[in-house]
Design a protein around this ligand. Structure first.
Ligand code: URA
Length: 445
């Protein structure tokens, strides 16, 4: 049978699919053939779907993963930020529930003298997305041109935008196809997807926050560590300074889940307040950004620098500048009541007394999606005001009749579905659980 897809030189798409299906290692040219052909529209979805499934089932070698990352990275523009003399450092999280550290870290790291060119994503599955959170600030625009992005970096040292057509266009196409062909959950494909976008930002260093637990894509610490190792190695091969922190996502981060609610919580942290776990993770990640960017020689002084930049109000000031430059209402910073607010609220009450011993973190994220805080279908729009405020987290004592959390909602049927899920999301037991560390492991290669 003739190959219906594009053939480049001697390479036939069907042969590349068979080679991977049978567990053989692909050459750089084989991989470039698939990536370039698909991005340009010369290879059809059905052949790339078959190739992705073969890659997911067989896995990729380190050399194949590097070749895939490289081909996806060079499918678009790689930003040249050499005009900036300061180190260009970013942070990327693999995604979680209530995972909002980017909104604190970009201005915090910029306040410490780093340049943070952050290209972020939207909510995926049960996890929230930085762009959706930022857009809950009235007027805030994330669809800026690369030129405007660069101008904002010159003024305040950080800017947060969405993926543009110029940045890793191959990943956009591959990601959309993976989403509907059961091929997201491959550490090799995740690594190439994330690293191609991040390396296109023109950074010198990257801090990865790889989430593990019931609310993460990588449920076990071993899987998270494997993915972290792969990304660190891939980044280092490309000459970048890299570190990955494996952090807890067995429960949401902080107390608020939902776009505008999470912006409020980030403003609290930037004011030196906010929940202890969120502040701790922000200080730790900022310290690693400062170490890789040459602003601190060890983690402890890096954390102290981050704490000083918060206490002095400098980080909040940078956040204010970024909001203004990206078209947002900076009035929300002094008056968070200007953020969108849901029409109704409703408590989820504990039926038992005891200790919260576990939280079904993915279900809590799904409950927020059901309320409208995320997308159930790709074309759905997101409701900025809805979400969940937790009153109890793992290890807390609770009495029967006390609220476990409060839903903020605009639709009664959605609130009823979310409430049902949340009632099953807290495991309560007479014996308190053993505490688990927030930061599980650090992988620096
Ligand atoms: N986030 C990404 O950007 N890509 C993946 O493949 C998974 C999570």
């Amino acid at each position: 049978m003739s190959d219906p897809g594009e053939n480049s030189g001697d390479i036939r798409t069907a042969d590349v699919i068979r080679k991977k299906r049978d567990g053989h290692e692909l050459s750089r040219a084989d991989i470039a053939h698939v990536v370039d052909g698909y991005t340009r529209g010369g290879i059809p979805d059905y052949q790339v779907s078959a190739w992705l499934m073969a890659a997911l089932l067989r896995g990729l070698t380190r050399a194949e993963t590097a070749a895939l990352t490289d081909a996806m990275l060079h499918s678009g523009q790689v930003l040249d930020l050499s005009e900036f003399s300061s180190a260009k450092v970013d942070k990327h999280s693999t995604g979680g529930v209530g995972d909002k550290t980017s909104l604190v870290l970009a201005p915090l790291a910029a306040a410490g003298g780093l340049v943070v060119p952050m290209i972020s994503g939207r909510g995926l599955g049960h996890t929230g997305g930085t762009l959706d959170k930022l857009e809950s600030i009235p007027g805030f625009r994330v669809d800026l041109s690369i030129e405007r992005f660069r101008e904002i970096l010159r003024v305040c040292g950080c800017s947060m935008i969405g993926q543009t057509a110029e940045i890793a266009p191959a990943d956009r196409k591959f990601y959309a196809l993976r989403d509907v062909t059961g091929t997201v959950e491959s550490p090799f494909l995740i690594c190439a997807s994330i690293m191609s976008k991040k390396l296109a930002e023109g950074i010198d260093a990257l801090v990865l926050d790889v989430k593990t637990g019931s609310g993460a894509f990588m449920k076990t610490e071993e899987d998270a560590a494997f993915l972290a190792g792969l990304m660190v190695e891939t980044g280092k091969r490309m000459g970048k300074k890299m570190v990955a922190l494996i952090t807890d996502m067995d429960q949401p981060l902080g107390m608020k889940i939902g776009n505008a609610l999470e912006v409020q919580e980030c403003l609290d942290v930037l004011r030196g307040r906010g929940p202890a776990d969120l502040r701790e993770l922000c200080l730790e990640l900022a310290a690693w950004m400062f170490c890789l960017g040459g602003r601190a020689d060890k983690i402890e002084p890096g954390k102290e620098l981050a704490a000083r930049l918060i206490d002095s109000g400098k980080a909040l000031e940078i956040f204010r500048q970024m909001v203004v430059l990206q078209g947002g209402d900076s009035g929300v910073i002094d008056d968070p009541s200007r953020l969108p607010r849901a029409e109704h609220s409703l408590d989820v009450i504990s039926a038992e007394s005891g200790y919260v011993v576990a939280m079904r973190c993915e279900d809590i994220g799904t409950a927020c999606v059901i309320l409208g805080g995320g997308r159930e279908k790709k074309e759905d729009s997101v409701e900025p005001a809805v979400g969940i405020v937790l009153h109890k987290k793992t290890g807390d004592r609770v009495s029967a009749g006390e609220p476990l959390c409060t839903l903020h909602y605009n639709s009664d049927p959605r609130a009823a579905r979310a409430k049902q899920l949340l009632e099953q999301s807290f495991d309560i037991d007479p014996t308190p659980p053993a505490p688990k560390p927030l930061i599980r492991r650090i992988i620096s290669g």
